[in-house]
Design a binder for this molecule. Structure first.
Ligand code: HEM
Length: 287
């Protein structure tokens, strides 16, 4: 991070050890300028004095940052695919798999949350719910889990709403992958390339067979095989996030209704069962 790593000649002649870090700054440290720790801390605003609430809030905020990072990686992957740069796209997707694993590890910070502790601040959350996370919706939309109904809660934030509406109507990561494959001579049916992008992806026999064909040749250097595996890692890790969320909910509040108005656990289980990249999973059946 530092552009000037070594400093001064204050060390005594006998001290031949490493040069010491810089400790004098005319203004706030360059680290503070870059990271904005004070701004981050100012955003941690619990609504109760309950000792369990700060970790619930901070873990939620950290997960929001991971969602934003995932979105950046996948939007970058889309741009690389459109530029026919497969290596660049796979690199971004592979990075995102590491982000997803770190995101999933964050659930560990909430494992201690008992129903009694959650009840200590749950009332004060009012109708606030992760259901209203628009960054999470971007992540879902990029993975092809589209739904018009989840855009609606954000009408009061016009820029956010417009951005999400664009993502609903626009290509998912898989749409860009399929367009790339079609441009490179693979038989992607026109009805798939031109499908209604506002509804969830479903497996299509021709696309399933196309992935099966790619998987029949798993030699090193088969870049499309590497792409398929990177996407499968994404699908698996994202599914893990949803499953761990369901388990965290079961552990912290059982089958009570959610603050966001849903039936809670039963509703979440149904939502978590939606399949990411269905053709990549269906290909395993035909192989
Ligand atoms: C253990 C603590 C948690 C509990 C008890 C909990 C509870 C719930 C419930 C009941 C719902 C369903 C909607 C509703 O009626 O409110 C929900 C949805 C959701 N929550 Fe959580 N949640 C927890 C932690 C988190 C965290 C840390 C995040 C991170 C941002 C999060 C993100 C979400 C998202 C994105 C949804 C929408 C899921 C979907 O549409 O399938 N939740 N949560």
């Amino acid at each position: 991070m530092s552009t000037r790593r070594m400093h001064g000649s204050a060390a005594s002649p006998v001290d031949a050890g490493p040069t010491e870090p810089i400790v004098e700054f005319a203004e706030v440290t360059p680290y503070e300028q870059y990271v904005g720790v004070r701004q981050l801390q100012a955003l941690v605003r619990p609504v109760t004095d309950h000792p369990a609430e700060p970790s619930f809030l901070v873990v939620t905020q950290i997960m929001e940052l991971w969602f934003t990072l995932l979105r950046r990686e996948w939007e970058l992957a889309q741009r690389r695919l459109r530029a026919d740069d497969l290596d660049g796209a796979v690199a971004a997707i592979r990075r995102s798999v590491h982000h997803l694993r770190s995101l999933n590890a964050s659930w560990g910070s909430l494992l201690w949350l008992t129903p009694t502790e959650f009840n200590g601040f749950r009332e004060q959350l009012g109708e606030a719910s992760g259901f209203q996370s628009y960054e999470y919706r971007h992540v879902e939309f990029l993975l092809g889990l589209k739904a018009e109904s989840v855009v609606r809660p954000h009408r009061a934030l016009p820029a956010v709403h417009a951005d999400l509406q664009r993502a609903l109507e626009g290509p998912s990561l898989e749409d860009d992958v399929l367009a790339f494959l079609a441009r490179h001579g693979l038989a992607v049916p026109a009805e798939v390339l031109e499908r209604d992008r506002t509804v969830p992806h479903e497996a299509h026999p021709a696309v399933t067979e196309l992935w099966a064909g790619i998987y029949r040749d798993p030699r090193p250097g088969n870049e499309l095989f590497a792409l398929g595996e990177a996407l499968t890692d994404v699908a698996e890790e994202f599914t893990t996030w949803r499953q761990r969320h369901v388990t965290a909910v079961r552990r912290a509040m059982g089958a009570k209704p959610g603050t966001g108005g849903s039936a809670g656990l039963a509703w979440l289980e149904r939502s978590a069962a939606r399949v990411v990249f269905p053709d990549l999973w269906a290909a395993r059946t035909v192989l």
